[in-house]
Design a protein. Structure first.
Length: 519
């Protein structure tokens, strides 16, 4: 056996061993869920003991309480967003002791919410509470803190695989959010719905919550709640994709408007889903643009490696279906190299127009393509492989018999070869003619591409992309809001300055008149 087949067999074996773990990774990574996969501990935290780490985590949670309270009182969402961004680093430090002590020091002994949350943490939680926690109860002033504590317990239950408890608590928390009906809860509500859907997804019960998500999405749209609206649209699209309901997903996209002020993470998810819908509908140009935006908007770090892999897999297929060959450097990126091995082999087969190699790669990595839900799209590439082969034959031979075309493309008969060549001529893939009686194909001279409109079209696409990027950057610029009193004071100061300036001009004119009279 030669070295090349031996290496190929090793790659196929390794890929098949990784297939079983891919489905779970795809579910977690395509969501770009904010849990950190790398260690974020500082040297100081590594030195501290267990008790000190617990106290540090509790202090961080209570600092978030302050931010949520400030956000509710000042109507500034940025404080709540700052607290929620810290959840990813806090998540790894959540333990029964940390949550139980925080809950005990935030509620009174007879509070129903305290009993509820401690009940979901189990009997171990009661033993973790210290006398100091009972004495130093700091009752929070806003319901946002209550919802935040519910959210932290939900995240802990999800990490501990206590899904049934998580479903019960998430149902209660969603009901609390809906009953409170506060705009200061918008950012928290988006997180609550995210984990609410996640619990039902891991238990295989996504269909049960679809009416709840649809009702919540309509309500968020009426209230102009951009964070919750963008999250719910993505959750609904993911729900439809889980059951292969692409028609319903397309109707949702056509009847809703994705918020312009949505976060980059949510926008990247939405663009990925939109790109998949357009790819299935054969609209490869729109799909390509959406997937490019998804890849560019997604955070470029190892935490979102799964999303980058899935988006690039679909982007590679769409590029091949458009007749383009992806850059080789894409397959060499450390984050993507291993995951894109099957797609690299498919790309090689399409690039050289080798139908046999395409069929072998498709059979070898069938399980991987099915797990990625890209198998149907890859089957469409067979025609592209044949077209590429015909294009290369057309460039290599000025005249060739249909029998030789049949042999080179590994087709079943000369009739199939003639039909495929005729279709390629009609589609503009090649510029040639067919002599049916003598059974050969004659290629015409190559046309200089610079004499066509193709360069102008490509230049126009680049300009349009740059203009859109500039407009999006301008829209994304944010400035700190000022209070009404400050604005009024500034306006009054400007008016006083204007009056003073007018008075000085008038006095200067009077002086000039007096000087003129004296002369």
């Amino acid at each position: 056996m030669s070295e090349a087949p031996r290496r190929s067999s090793r790659l196929n074996k390794n890929q098949e061993e990784d297939t079983k773990g891919k489905v779970k990774a795809v579910d977690q990574d395509v969501e770009m869920e904010e849990s950190a996969t790398t260690s974020t501990e500082t040297p100081k935290e590594k030195v501290l003991g267990a008790k000190e780490l617990e106290a540090l985590a509790i202090a961080d949670i209570k600092q978030h309480f302050v931010l949520f309270t400030k956000s509710a009182k000042t109507h500034e969402a940025r404080f709540a967003i700052r607290a929620l961004r810290s959840v990813s680093s806090l998540r790894k430090r959540l333990t029964v002791a940390v949550l139980a002590r925080t809950i005990a020091s935030s509620y009174g002994k007879d509070d129903e919410a305290r009993k509820l949350l401690l009940g979901y943490l189990g009997s171990e939680a009661l033993g973790s509470i210290t006398p100091e926690d009972e004495v130093t109860v700091t009752k929070f002033e806003t319901p946002e803190v209550d919802v935040y504590l519910h959210l932290l317990v939900m995240i802990y239950l999800l990490d501990q695989n206590q899904h049934e408890k998580g479903i019960e608590l998430s149902n209660i928390t969603v009901k609390v959010v809906q009953d409170l009906n506060r705009r200061s809860l918008d950012q928290l509500a988006a997180k609550v719905y995210f984990y609410y859907a996640r619990f039902y997804e891991v238990t295989g019960r996504l269909a049960e919550i679809r009416p709840t998500l649809l009702n919540a999405q309509r309500t968020a749209t009426l209230r102009r709640d951009d964070d919750t609206q963008s999250t719910l649209i993505n959750l609904l699209l993911r729900n439809y994709f889980h059951y292969n309901l692409y028609d319903q997903a397309d109707k949702l996209v056509s009847k809703t408007t994705f918020p312009e002020n949505a976060t980059n993470n949510q926008l990247a998810r939405y663009m990925y889903y939109l790109g998949r819908i357009k790819a299935i509908q054969l609209d490869y140009t729109e799909s390509h643009q959406s997937l490019l935006q998804a890849v560019r908007k997604a955070p470029q770090n190892n935490v979102t490696a799964g999303f980058q892999q899935e988006a690039n897999k679909l982007l590679i297929i769409v590029q091949l279906l458009m007749g383009e060959i992806p850059e080789r450097s894409l397959f060499r990126q450390p984050v993507l190299r291993k995951a894109l091995i099957p797609y690299f082999q498919i790309t090689q087969a399409v690039r050289v127009g080798d139908l046999n190699k395409f069929q072998e790669t498709l059979a070898a990595h069938s399980a991987t393509f099915h797990a990625d839900k890209n198998y149907t799209l890859i089957l469409r590439l067979r025609h592209n492989v044949i077209k590429t082969g015909i294009r290369m034959i057309s460039l290599s031979y000025s005249r060739i018999s249909l029998r030789d075309v049949c042999l080179k493309l590994h087709l079943d008969s000369e009739e199939d070869a003639e039909y495929i060549v005729a279709k390629s001529i009609r589609d503009g893939v090649i510029d040639a003619t067919i002599d049916h009686e003598k059974g050969f194909m004659r290629s015409k001279e190559n046309v200089d591409i610079y004499s066509t409109n193709e360069p102008q079209h490509a230049f126009h696409q680049r300009i349009a992309f740059c203009l859109k990027l500039h407009n999006d950057s301008v829209k994304a610029m944010r400035f700190p809001l000022k209070t009404v009193n400050q604005d009024a004071a500034e306006v009054e100061a400007a008016r006083d300055q204007e009056r003073t300036l007018v008075q000085e001009i008038a006095e200067a004119d009077e002086d000039m008149d007096e000087d003129h009279d004296e002369l």
